[in-house]
Design a protein around this ligand. Structure first.
Ligand code: BGC
Length: 288
């Protein structure tokens, strides 16, 4: 079918070299990306590095993978270091920010990316699964954002670096608005991220601190392998994606590099959906 040949072209992953040609809009800025050793976090860390930012690559597992991301960022001409911390642990977060300030002096950009899924039918969802997912996906974003805002407030605007005093980007999900049975803890965490982000944005806007979210749809990462790694799964997934291709991590990386740059200076308190139209109610295209 013709559709299939279009699909196979669209599914081709761009080479890292092509996808990382970005203008160096973030030259001189210091960024921290949580969960940056794989998936969307890795792509965002690489994109910020390609755009000129020096990057702290946070990880909680797979240190080797984090070190590879560090080397890749250095090859793009920016500085990078890997720093361990579990984002749900207050002491570890404060230690990580201390380490960042020792290495880079300050922070200009925080990307709250670290996130997990622990799925179960609702009647089997355990309190441990609930607490773990809320702890990493929501409390983790709170703890990191608070440390970043404290430093943004202390330092203020440095006009030669950025016209904002700081930028926070929360990696949310289409599930901040799309209910998701079997994933109640995850959807609750992302719905929480939405109003946490907007409330922080409202509070700190007078300080010229910008706070936004990117809500990815289905992106080809380890968190959702079962949704795309067989032809049947991929074809089922396409019923939910009007644009008829899965997202690549670089799709999120490029959007992130823009939204934290001064080219998005008047953008705050908003969620940018990068989802191939997943939030467009695709079932209504020929129904309703
Ligand atoms: C989830 C993925 C899922 C996607 C679209 C993401 O937030 O982590 O597992 O494929 O949303 O449903």
């Amino acid at each position: 079918m013709e559709n299939n040949s279009i699909n196979s072209k669209l599914q081709v992953t761009r080479s890292p070299a092509e996808s990382l040609v970005l203008p160096r809009w973030l030259e001189g800025q210091k960024a921290l990306v949580t969960g940056a050793n794989s998936g969307i976090g890795k792509a965002v860390a690489l994109a910020l590095g390609a755009a000129g930012a020096d990057v702290i690559v946070n990880y909680v597992s797979e240190k080797e993978a984090a070190l590879e991301v560090v080397e890749a960022i250095k090859a793009l001409g920016s500085q990078a270091h890997a720093v361990y911390a579990d984002v749900s642990n207050e002491e570890q977060i404060q230690a990580m920010f201390g380490e960042m300030f020792r290495l880079f002096g300050t922070i200009d950009i925080l990307v709250n990316n670290a996130g997990i899924q622990q799925d179960a039918p609702f009647h089997e969802l355990t309190l441990a699964q609930w607490n773990k997912v809320i702890g990493v996906n929501l409390t983790g974003q709170f703890l990191c954002s608070r440390e970043a805002v404290r430093e943004f407030k202390r330092r203020g605007i440095v006009p030669s670096v950025s016209c904002a005093a700081g930028k926070i980007l929360c990696i949310s999900s289409v599930h901040e608005v799309i209910p998701w049975g079997g994933h109640v803890n995850y959807a609750a965490s992302k719905g929480g991220v939405m109003l946490m982000m907007k409330s922080i944005a409202q509070e700190v806007a007078p300080l010229r601190i910008r706070v936004n979210s990117i809500a990815p749809g289905a992106v080809r990462t380890p968190i959702n392998t079962q949704a795309w790694n067989t032809p049947q799964a991929y074809s089922d997934l396409m019923h939910l994606v009007p644009y008829q291709r899965i997202g690549e991590p670089e799709d999120i990386g490029r959007a992130a590099a823009w939204i934290v740059s001064d080219y998005a200076d008047y953008v705050t308190g908003t969620t940018l959906f990068v989802d191939g139209g997943m939030t467009l109610y695709p079932g209504f295209a020929d129904g309703g």
